[in-house]
Design a protein around this ligand. Structure first.
Ligand code: BGC
Length: 522
């Protein structure tokens, strides 16, 4: 039982020569800004949907209900399907778009996917800022969603391919860092625009999405393509030059040859979508589905989308609610930095296990604190100190997510697929993520109304399941070159059975050529 169920399986693979060049660093920073548009969206809708002027104009029935319900059942005062459609329509659009993005990233390269995403998002922002009716609002959200689908499909893969193996975690998490910065900016902007008199603050919030969109649209034009994608599309000399440039050394033959072998392997595969169902890809396919599913079932987006609504539910005034959302946003950004500096040292598994445990404890505490004050009737309110504790544990929960499931939910899927199924695999990852983001966005207000404080126990139960799953089924992937990842699965106590010796034979090819020796010591 290589690796053992609870034991880290890595590190396998070899180290290629080269260093972290400024060029690759800046390239990755620019590409990571693709995360800003996703983050901005996540953060902006909750604040906007809690602004009275926005509700009065587009969702008058919700507004009336909220006014009437001032003192009665706190759990149910925002429950409206139409209102949640505003938030969640974006994620359905992103789900569908990520499948088209798979073809664009594979055939034209990763950068054109990012560019396409940026442009669509820009148009969506304009439509939303100028919205006159619900239709314009939802149409705008759909365009934003298409933008997010393209960006989330291409950026994580781009980062993982550009980065040297031993710093892949750090550079990839730049994407999640930008997501959290996007969320925080959105929270701050909502805080500011809610104070605009005249009731048009929400327009500013929605239109400002154009700023992150312009950054990634213009930025993507300057991005080079990854060596993996260049080789795959037949530009061998350009790929060699790119590799020299991003690794800062002429000694790139070993890595180059491995990429060529990986590309030749991938050429044997004609239909990535049908292929991904073959038994030898079972471990990667399972992760592509379960990791994003679990990421959403942590319940994080209850906080991210609805923090202001949630804090108002608990009885905070509007201003205090928006301020609390800013606080959770700040915690989210700073806690992500922790994972940037530890992920390649301690590895993915340790972060998953620690973060999961922390989240679980906080969820039980938050559920219990709310239960004590609001009970099942939903009547009552919180004193200052009590509310302070609640916000504190919510922040601790957000921190746990921010150094585990947040970044790793994007990093791990982007680094485990062999080239031939990478684009298809990443689309599955994005679409499952978006599907469950959609379901939770759509269902949260109703769930809160019916499950009450039990909602926090519900998500806590899922965190328990996913943490156990990681302990047994996710091998350590830190420091392993991306085109050699198959060795990690082969060495795993459970997944090894799906991978035959011939499936790893191509990795041996380059070894036989005397170009390097992978040490699969997992
Ligand atoms: C998730 C989002 C979440 C965000 C919070 C991302 O990794 O995909 O759904 O809102 O993290 O920071």
């Amino acid at each position: 039982m290589a690796g053992g169920a609870f034991v880290d399986s890595g590190p396998a693979g070899k180290e290629y020569p080269g260093k972290l060049t400024l060029y690759v660093f800046f390239t990755c920073v620019v590409a990571a800004t693709g995360g800003l548009i996703f983050g901005y969206d996540i953060g902006i809708s909750g604040g906007v949907t809690s602004m009275d002027s926005f509700l009065q104009r587009f969702f008058p029935s919700v507004y009336e209900k909220e006014q009437k319900n001032q003192d009665s059942n706190q759990y149910c005062k925002f429950d409206s399907q139409l209102l949640t459609t505003f938030t969640s329509s974006l994620y359905l659009a992103a789900l569908i778009a990520s499948f088209c993005a798979a073809t664009v990233t594979r055939v034209f390269g990763r950068k054109w996917s990012m560019f396409g995403g940026g442009i669509t998002f820009l148009i969506g922002a304009a439509l939303n800022g100028a919205a006159k009716n619900v239709l314009m609002l939802i149409l705008g959200r759909i365009l934003l969603g298409i933008g997010v689908g393209f960006a989330n499909q291409s950026v994580p893969v781009y980062l993982s391919e550009m980065a040297p193996a031993r710093l892949r975690g750090m550079l990839n998490i730049g994407f999640q860092l930008m997501i959290t910065i996007g969320i925080l900016c959105a929270n701050l902007i909502n805080y500011g625009t809610s104070k605009i008199t005249g009731g048009w603050g929400w327009r500013v919030s929605l239109a400002l999405a154009a700023v992150p969109a312009a950054i990634i649209t213009v930025g993507s034009l300057f991005l080079p393509d990854t060596p993996n994608s260049l080789i795959d599309r037949g530009h061998d000399e350009a790929a060699r030059n790119m590799l020299r440039r991003i690794r800062g050394t002429d000694d790139i033959d070993e890595e180059y040859n491995d990429l060529v072998v990986a590309s030749m392997e991938s050429k044997l595969v004609e239909h990535p979508w049908a292929n991904i169902l073959r038994p030898k890809y079972r471990p990667q396919l399972t992760m592509a589905i379960l990791i994003p599913f679990f990421q959403q079932l942590t319940g994080i987006n209850v906080i991210m989308f609805y923090a202001p609504v949630l804090f108002r539910t608990i009885g905070f005034a509007n201003d205090a609610s928006l301020m609390s959302a800013v606080i959770t946003g700040l915690v989210n950004v700073f806690a992500t930095l922790v994972s940037i500096f530890t992920v390649d040292k301690f590895g993915r598994r340790k972060l998953f296990l620690q973060g999961g445990t922390q989240m679980l404890i906080c969820q039980i505490l938050v559920g219990t604190l709310i239960a004590i004050k609001l009970g099942t009737s939903g009547e009552g309110s919180f004193g200052k100190t009590y509310a302070g504790f609640l916000v504190f544990f919510i922040c601790l929960y957000v921190a746990g997510f921010a150094w585990s499931w947040g970044p790793l939910g994007w990093l791990v899927p982007s680094e485990i697929f062999p080239l031939e199924i990478r684009s298809a695999g990443q689309s599955i990852n994005v679409s499952v993520n978006m599907l469950f983001t959609f379901i939770i966005a759509q269902a949260f207000l109703t769930m809160l109304c019916h499950m009450k404080f039990g909602l926090f126990y519900f998500f806590g139960g899922w965190v328990f399941i996913m943490t156990t799953f990681i302990a047994f089924f996710l091998p350590e992937t830190k420091n392993v070159p991306i085109e050699e990842m198959i060795l990690v699965w082969k060495a795993h106590w459970f997944w090894g059975r799906f991978i035959g010796d011939k499936d790893i034979a191509h990795i041996g090819k380059n070894v036989e050529m005397g170009k390097g020796k992978p040490k699969a010591d997992a």
